[in-house]
Design a protein around this ligand. Structure first.
Ligand code: C5J
Length: 225
């Protein structure tokens, strides 16, 4: 028999999902964005704004794991020879450190370096998927869509950083591929709080044009119903 769908209060209206067909996607909770000395800080950002969501992300991840849901972690990453990093991305602006430069946590945003790792509080477990992505979106030049399709996934719950860059891009990519997406409001952060707020508003406007949003608490509660 099919398990009953979970329902939670969300904006702009209730979000319904079936756990076996839903994946939790945690975007780019990497040391390079969240810890001092990484790419985020080299661009002049205050990384403490991103650190503040770690406890909420841990609570959702723990409940999701306990319920037996599929977990996907993404990391923004480039090959050591930078063959997948367009010059337009590497050379833009005047950062203190560019992608591929040596920093306090190894080469900035390069696969396998310490800064590329997910923060220890949210470290992936065996059996969870870890997707390295060269772009902002989790679907561009990655196997994510095929992987989700292979497992019958139709719904995605998003957390991570940064709200208006990699999270929003990934949600829009997912929406165009037919997934029903929920963004956990207190499980996502931006270096610019006003951009986070604008993104939440944009996503759920016009009858959930990109998807739904809700705080973590109702999502966690729905997992136990
Ligand atoms: C950025 C991201 N901000 N993970 N990456 O360049 O949002």
């Amino acid at each position: 028999m099919k398990p009953p769908p979970h329902t939670l209060d969300a904006q702009p209206f209730a979000y319904r999902y079936e756990l076996p067909h839903t994946a939790l996607v945690i975007i780019d909770m990497q040391r390079d964005f969240v810890e001092p000395g990484g790419f985020g800080e080299s661009l002049g950002n205050d990384v403490t704004k991103l650190q503040s969501i770690i406890p909420t992300c841990q609570a959702v991840l723990s409940a999701w794991r306990q319920a037996g849901g599929l977990v996907v972690h993404t990391r923004e990453a480039h090959a050591p020879d930078l063959s997948d990093c367009p010059p337009a991305k590497r050379l833009r602006g005047e950062p203190r450190l560019r992608i591929g430069d040596d920093g306090p946590m190894g080469r900035i945003l390069i696969a396998g370096e310490p800064g590329h790792q997910i923060v220890p509080q949210l470290a992936p477990r065996v059996g969870e998927f870890v997707i390295d992505k060269p772009g902002k979106g989790a679907f561009y030049a990655t196997p994510l869509h095929a992987l989700l399709q292979g497992r019958g996934i139709t719904h995605l719950v998003f957390m991570g950083v940064t709200t208006e860059v990699c999270v929003q891009t990934s949600m829009r990519e997912a929406n165009d591929r037919g997934y029903d997406c929920l963004l956990v409001e207190d499980g996502t952060a931006s270096y610019f709080p006003e951009f986070k707020q604008a993104t939440l508003d944009m996503i759920r406007a016009q009858g959930a044009i990109v998807g739904w949003t809700s705080p973590a608490a109702p999502l966690i509660e729905s997992l136990y119903k």
